[in-house]
Design a protein around this ligand. Structure first.
Ligand code: SAH
Ligand code: MG
Length: 218
């Protein structure tokens, strides 16, 4: 969010919306504990809620919970029988997320699974779990692995979202060749070209991938 035009535009847009107590409390709890301040932005969170609601997703999988900001946004879009499973490496982060999600009234809809997301995904696969909606927002070096798992665990028509597609410009900086940049380039290429997906990549916020897993007929 370095671009001045975008900052001013974002401030204008946010000025139109009422304060969101539950999400502000999440941001505050993250600051108080010195956790990384990398939750999705408010407008991005509203998009998550809308996409869950519009898609009618009943089973949502989040990879990377942090303090529960995106978790609350995803849970808000769920219907009465909807459920969110959220994978988080750090027990202390998952505890903060759980407390925030409970305070926002979604405790009964959200299940946290702690540990390496790849191990949790393997377990979900063994359990025969399937999801209608995925939000990938954890360690960037595993993004391609997370995409492979998401496609495997997807019901037909499922949505797969990936955050931080641009890595603050590193993704398209030819001089940046660290692991995250290399993996994100491959992730984005796969999002754009995998024949099993239809997709768009929005250069908004830090880059947002939205893909739909095609069904048998589309
Ligand atoms: N989606 C959150 C922000 C997630 S930040 C929101 O917008 O509110 C990324 C999170 O991924 C951090 O909480 C980090 O602890 C977690 N993470 C990093 N590596 C991970 C891994 N290997 N497995 C599971 N979670 C991981
Ligand atoms: Mg992110």
């Amino acid at each position: 969010m370095e671009d001045r035009y975008f900052q001013t535009a974002d401030r204008y847009v946010e000025s139109l919306y009422e304060a969101d107590g539950d999400l502000e409390r999440v941001a505050e709890s993250i600051r108080e504990r010195g956790m990384p301040e990398i939750s999705v932005a408010p407008g991005y969170g509203r998009l998550l809620t809308m996409l869950v609601r519009l898609s009618g997703a009943k089973r949502v999988l989040e990879i990377g919970a942090l303090g529960g900001y995106s978790g609350i946004c995803l849970a808000r879009g769920l219907g009465a029988d909807g459920k969110l499973v959220s994978l988080e490496l750090k027990e202390e982060f998952a505890a903060v997320a759980r407390a925030n999600v409970e305070r926002a009234g979604f405790g009964g809809k959200v299940e946290y699974r702690i540990g390496e997301a790849l191990a949790s995904l393997e377990r979900l696969k063994d359990e025969g779990a399937a999801f209608d909606f995925f939000f990938i927002d954890a360690d960037k070096g595993n993004y391609v692995n997370y995409l492979d798992f998401a496609i495997r665990l997807a019901n037909p028509g499922a949505l797969i979202l990936g955050d931080n597609a641009l890595l603050h410009g590193k993704t398209f900086d030819p001089g940046a060749n660290g692991e995250s940049a290399r993996v994100m380039r491959e992730f984005n290429r796969r999002i754009a070209t995998d024949p099993r997906l239809e997709s768009t990549i929005l250069p908004a916020y830090d880059g947002l991938c939205i893909a739909r897993v095609k069904g048998a007929s589309s």
